[in-house]
Each structure stands twice: as structure tokens, then as C-alpha cells.
Design a protein around this ligand. Structure first.
Ligand code: ATP
Ligand code: MG
Length: 215
């Protein structure tokens, strides 16, 4: 999928979070976004998925204007084409690990246990499918969220600090899995990160600040 953002602006009342943000991500491209804490990286990523609203500008996914769609249309587009790794994981507590990862496939009516197992193994959680989230470490939970975001082969993967809770060696392995899974399907990836090592793997690194976004 392609992503085109033009002159995007977001504010809360009189407080401007960001303005004049323009960027394009081509199909298959991997772009990292870096910037200080509080500058609006998570907000921008949420706008890319139509999970948050904006005050100016446009967000196009494969040329379709997210701002012109109904909530239902945005939800359907997300379900089919977008994978999202939330900074706060949002793993469902009453489902076990494998059920959490399988959820996007169930919502599409395409259950596939082998695919779920492949993804669990790709993020190093092969033996933990029947555990409940409360029985996992923070870094393991983060990897459940990553497997869930990839399981339905999204055309666009949006990942907010996906390696923030991982040691350097595990982080490198998880980045390998993210890159392999997205490259395999020609998916575009936008990664928000404070990790220099993770950003170094991207095709392009963009810096978000209050004035906009720059290469
Ligand atoms: N509901 C809200 N009302 C007012 N301000 C908000 C609200 N939600 C977020 N903000 C502010 O918007 C700004 C951007 O937040 P965001 O979470 O996008 O930052 P971030 O770049 O992801 O930071 P971090 O690196 O710490 O994750 C912050 O300064 C935050 O305080
Ligand atoms: Mg954030």
C-alpha cells in the first residue's frame, strides 16, 4: 500500500501538536520516524490509521482519502490492510496468546492456526501460545502485539516503539521478523522509535518536530 500525507496539522484547543507534516511512503518502503518524547509521533501514527482525527491536511491510503470516509469504512480498511503495533500493546487479557494473535484473521473470517504458529515462532514465542497475557513479561507482551499486527499480511504496518521493551539481541531479532514479514508481502512499514539501531534498518529516517517533518 502507499501512504500520502499532505500538510497535516493536529492541535488540542490552542496547543499545536504538529503542523505542516507531509510525507509519502511507497509500497514496500520502510520509513522510520524519530523525534523527542511528546512531539506527536504516536498521534501521527494514529492519524495514518484513521484512529485519531486531525485539523488540517489529508491522509491518503492507496489514494483513498481517510478523512472523507465513515468510521465503518475506516474500520474495514484497517481490518483488511493495516497492522498496528500500539505503544501500550492493547493485548486482550481474557484471550490466550494464540487467540490474541489469531484475532485479525477471525475478524476477516480467515482462521489459520498454522499462520498464527508461524508468527509466534517468528517473534520467539513458539511455546507460549496457550499462556494468558498476565503470565507474560512486558517484552513478551510486546511480541504478541507484533505477531498480531502481522498475522493477516497487512499492506501497511504501523509500529509504535515495537522494540521499546526488548533487550538489544531480542530487539534485533524482532526487527528481522518485522522486516522479513513486510518485505515478503511488499508491505510498507512506518516505525516510530527512539532506538538508533532500529531506525538504522529503515530505508529512510524522518525527524518529527513542532515545525514539521524533515529527512
Ligand atoms: N487528549 C489530549 N489532550 C491534550 N494533549 C494531548 C492529548 N493527548 C496527547 N496530548 C499531547 O500531544 C502531544 C503528542 O503526544 P504523542 O503521544 O503523540 O507523543 P509521542 O511523540 O508519541 O511521545 P513519546 O515519544 O513519549 O511516545 C503530547 O505533548 C501530549 O501531551
Ligand atoms: Mg508515543
Amino acid at each position: 500500500m502507499s501512504l500520502n500525507i499532505s500538510q497535516l496539522g493536529k492541535r488540542y484547543g490552542d496547543t499545536i501538536v504538529f503542523s505542516q507534516v507531509s510525507l509519502s511512503v511507497a509500497p514496500g518502503e520502510f520509513v522510520a520516524i524519530v523525534g523527542e518524547s511528546g512531539v506527536g509521533k504516536s498521534t501521527l501514527l494514529n492519524c495514518m490509521a484513521g484512529l485519531d482525527s486531525w485539523d488540517e491536511g489529508t491522509v491518503l491510503l492507496n489514494g483513498a482519502d481517510l478523512g472523507a470516509m465513515s468510521d465503518d469504512q475506516r474500520a474495514l480498511l484497517r481490518r483488511r490492510h493495516v497492522g498496528f503495533v500500539f505503544q501500550a500493546f492493547h493485548v486482550l487479557p481474557h484471550l490466550d496468546v494464540a487467540q490474541n494473535v489469531a484475532l485479525p484473521l477471525l475478524l476477516l473470517g480467515q482462521p489459520d492456526d498454522a499462520r498464527v504458529q508461524t508468527l509466534l515462532e517468528a517473534v520467539g514465542l513458539g511455546g507460549l501460545g496457550s499462556r494468558l497475557p498476565q503470565q507474560l513479561s512486558g517484552g513478551q507482551l510486546q511480541r504478541v502485539a507484533i505477531a498480531r499486527a502481522l498475522v493477516h499480511r497487512p499492506g501497511l504496518l504501523l509500529a509504535d516503539e515495537p522494540t521499546g521493551n526488548l533487550d538489544p539481541a531480542t530487539a534485533a531479532r524482532v526487527m528481522d521478523a518485522l522486516i522479513a514479514q513486510t518485505r515478503e508481502h511488499g508491505a510498507a512499514m512506518v516505525l516510530v522509535t527512539h532506538s538508533v539501531a532500529a531506525a538504522a534498518r529503515a530505508d529512510r529516517v524522518l525527524h518529527l518536530s513542532a515545525d514539521g517533518i524533515t529527512d
